[in-house]
Design a protein around this ligand. Sequence first.
Ligand SMILES: C[S@@+](CC[C@H](N)C(=O)[O-])C[C@H]1O[C@@H](n2cnc3c(N)ncnc32)[C@H](O)[C@@H]1O
Length: 489
Amino acid sequence: MGRINLGQVFTPKIISDFMVGLFDMGKKANILDPCFGEGVFVNSLKDKGFSNVTAIELDKKLFDSFDAPFGFKKINCDFLNYSGLLFDGIIMNPPYVRQEEINGLKQYGITKEMLRSKKIYSSLPRKANLYSYFVIKSLSLLKSDGELVLIIPSTWTKNDSYLNKAICRAGGFITYQANCVGLPFGKNVLVDVDILKIKKGLYSDSKVVINKNLAIANDVLEISNVQENKLLGNKNCISLNVIAKVKRGISSGNNDMYFKDCSEILSKYKKPILSNPRSISSFLVNKKCLSYCLTIPNNMSVEKELDDYIQIEKQKIIDTKSPLGIFNKIQNNDLTWYCFNPTKCPKNTIVFGYIVRANLKFSITAQECIIRDNFYTINSNDQLLLLSLLNNYYCYYRVEMAGKKYGGGLLKLQCYDIKNIQIINPELLSLKDKNELIKNAELLIKSLSSQSQQIIKENTLLLSKYEDISNVDIEKIYFSTKERRLISK
Ligand SMILES: C[S@@+](CC[C@H](N)C(=O)[O-])C[C@H]1O[C@@H](n2cnc3c(N)ncnc32)[C@H](O)[C@@H]1O
């Protein structure tokens, strides 16, 4: 097994001490090092007074040669297959093994196939490096509010940017990021690395990530500030999901059957649905924006004309074996396979298109209706105030930056992108500003598109006193960012 790449690069004690210092928990907390190597983190943990420590290492030679401090638990196993109690803290320098080399670990029972067959890794793409699996596995072993401190190659923000999204999906959010400049692992390892602290749980006290640079000079760790991207949020901001419920609209599983223009005969089974983002031309989603969809409640006795329709659709599904989910239900004799009875969203739900075209806007519904999965729905205690907190150039810029280019100048937003958008914390607004913003939202709902630009400008001006950059600058930056997207078709 001598030549197998287990990604063995060892962390200098000065960095390990620094990383242990990032834990914000009592000394009795139970901590895991899932790949201890020569045991540097274990020693730092002991030095800092932690006593409830578990350490795992796959390599038997390294495992045997490390004398764990008294009372510390040492396990020789594959961490990716480990199961046990949840931890308050996990600290690691995961093995850096490129995706092409993962199958080289077959003798340890680790193959890409095996990893990909596990549900917890489903958010990772095929090209994921081994360390990405370590990150997701660690998050699964953390208690709520637990902390993961790790050091990984800086490529995670560039080539491996999928990792950030997988971290969010696994319930983690980054609270600290330090880029190590210089050569923290000595001259033999020429990789740029980042130290991250990831917390598990809701963005309850959401803060902008603390960004630092670290450098080792003369055996001293120098920590300096990085120019923070003040445009993406500041200390007055919170994530949208702290004050609002953000959800994706309803999927039918068979659009053909429920969303097509059903005949008049079936009209009594139709309910209004917001289906097409292009139908919304203003900030108000009114009757004109809605179409209809067929709904069939579970307990409904099916009348002849509906039954005829269902039988025709059933035959189509059987012939084409599509959509597969519904085909399987029919095959399994699920008698409710045709039922579709989505819940209506209340009046005053804020909606936002899943795909952004030229113009970005958050609109509000004038009546209760079903909302399709082309939209995100946003609901809070104060929808009018929220409408203004979302419709301004600070927020538009943040949405622009959070989205992924989708070809043809389009921008695609995932649910977690919207949930994590930074908006000004309503609790920090003065009463006067709050009232102005609510008034602007009322005007926005009634406005024609020529007037709406002025209201958005006013919202931006009002919020500028809580932001770090002027309303004039953010407007310019937003429009030039959007322009770049649109011409990069
Ligand atoms: C980058 S080294 C870090 C070692 C040590 N934590 C440090 O920072 O110096 C990664 C370690 O992970 C171990 N390793 C690799 N795959 C593993 C697995 N599946 N389970 C547990 N340990 C593993 C390697 O043998 C290696 O010691």
